[in-house]
Design a protein around this ligand. Structure first.
Ligand SMILES: Cc1cc2nc3c(=O)[nH]c(=O)nc-3n(C[C@H](O)[C@H](O)[C@H](O)COP(=O)(O)O)c2cc1C
Ligand SMILES: O=C(O)C(=O)c1ccccc1
Length: 401
């Protein structure tokens, strides 16, 4: 029980007495704008854009606006509890850092800066298979802090098994298997900018340090980096996987397995049938199927099927505290934060990454209290109402458009 949000808020107001010219922004949209200023076209659009016509990228944000919070009053909200229990562990906040590859295109310290920021705040970091730094280096940067590993399931089984072994050995406590990316989507901005970071050796840190990967190369990656990257493009994904292949993962790890990229109720049923430990409702931030349903729209349908038998997490569109409240009221046990962390990382490295998480948690804590709730664990649909009035159209009305 605490009032974390009030403390962060008063500290921020205090700094106004001595205005700091280097003060970092607080407003989400300003961070995005600042990131645009510091990043070249290639990396900026790699992060910010969606696939195809970006319909799903937009749907993710709009779909949050269809749910409105209906606050309660007079319920003693002086101290609040943001903690959650997931897969046998207790975490202080219901946030995790989404798995995001190639962070070196955004900041030279890349994943190490993000991982250190997470460790300092107490937010689990999900290391991507496509990190530029290796999972072991990230683990060292985090000390004992909680971390999960995201698996891109390589076509080469030895590499997939080796990744699982390495993750277990370096202290990751869960495996997130991303299943919406057997191949990269049609990403118009990256094609326009002719930008694919892997071709210049970004995002392949786990592969170049992998004994199974390296054993398949005629020459070491140092001697012949081009051939190593060419091999990576052949083995990165595996579009032939089916539900029965999940047995392979079970055979190679004792860690809990969560499936990331679940949007269809029938897949939620299959996830239960196949005995996985959790699902993450996600459309990959609108970066894969353009035209896919907004993740928060899919969430209640998935939760209806899962019926609390395994944890349901969600991502794609989490920008502020109220988004976390809506997702949890609709049944998510925790949420993953993606792009907001990247914009802050671009502008201010580790400090930026820390501020984004701290401010989002503070916003969540205060909004929770103002909603009349004391514990995120207890949130449910009773504080939500479905509404067709979009906030974006309200903005239009206010601005006289
Ligand atoms: C630049 C970038 C790289 C990403 N890389 C990965 C990845 O390596 N593995 C993965 O499972 N998801 C990856 N994602 C998807 C995120 O985990 C998450 O689903 C998405 O960012 C959520 O959308 P939002 O950031 O708009 O909220 C990536 C997203 C971005 C923006
Ligand atoms: O860009 C992405 O969305 C992503 O998931 C990815 C896929 C392969 C390597 C790095 C990132």
């Amino acid at each position: 029980m605490s009032n974390f949000g009030n403390q962060v808020q008063s500290k921020l107001y205090q700094t106004m007495k001595n205005p700091d010219p280097n003060r970092l922004p607080v407003v989400y949209e300003e961070w995005e704008k600042r990131a645009r200023e510091v990043l070249e076209d290639g990396p900026f659009y790699y992060v910010a854009s969606g696939s195809g016509g970006e319909k799903t990228l937009k749907a993710n944000l709009e779909a949050f606006d269809h749910w409105k919070i209906v606050p309660r009053i007079l319920r003693n909200v002086e101290n609040r509890d943001l903690s959650v229990e997931l897969l046998g562990h207790s975490y202080p906040f219901p946030l995790l850092h989404a798995p995001i590859g190639v962070q070196s295109i955004i900041h030279p310290e890349g994943e190490l800066a993000s991982a250190r920021a997470c460790a300092a705040i107490g937010v689990p970091f999900i290391t991507s298979s496509a990190s530029t730094k290796s999972m072991e280096e990230i683990a060292v940067a985090m000390g004992d802090a909680p971390r999960w590993f995201q698996l891109y399931w390589s076509k080469d089984e030895d590499i997939a098994a080796s990744f699982l072994r390495r993750a277990e050995k370096s202290g990751y406590s869960a495996i997130v298997v991303t299943l919406d990316t057997p191949m990269m989507a049609w990403r118009e901005f990256d094609l326009k900018n002719v930008y694919l970071p892997f071709l210049t050796g970004e995002g392949v840190g786990n592969y170049l340090t992998d004994p199974s990967f390296c054993s398949k190369l005629a020459k070491s990656p140092e001697e012949d980096p081009e051939s190593a990257i060419a091999y990576w493009t052949q083995v990165f994904g595996n579009a032939s996987l089916t539900w029965n292949d999940l047995a392979f993962l079970r055979k190679h790890t004792k860690l809990p397995i969560l499936l990331k990229g679940v949007l269809h109720s029938d897949d939620a049923k299959m996830a239960l049938e196949y005995g996985v430990d959790g699902v993450i409702v996600s459309n990959h931030g609108g970066r894969q199927v353009d035209g896919a349903i907004g993740a928060i729209e899919a969430l209640p349908h998935i939760c209806d099927v899962i019926q609390d038998r395994i944890p349901v997490l969600m991502d794609s569109g989490i920008r502020r505290g109220s988004d976390v409240i809506k997702a949890m009221a609709l049944g998510a046990k925790a949420v993953l934060v993606g792009r907001p962390c990247m914009y802050r990382l671009a502008v201010a490295g580790e400090q930026g990454a820390k501020e984004v998480l701290q401010n989002m948690i503070a916003d969540l804590d205060i909004t929770l209290g103002l909603t009349g709730e004391r514990a995120v664990k207890e949130l449910n649909k009773s504080i939500l109402m479905k509404s067709n009035l979009l906030s974006s159209s309200l903005e239009g009305i206010q601005q006289g458009v």
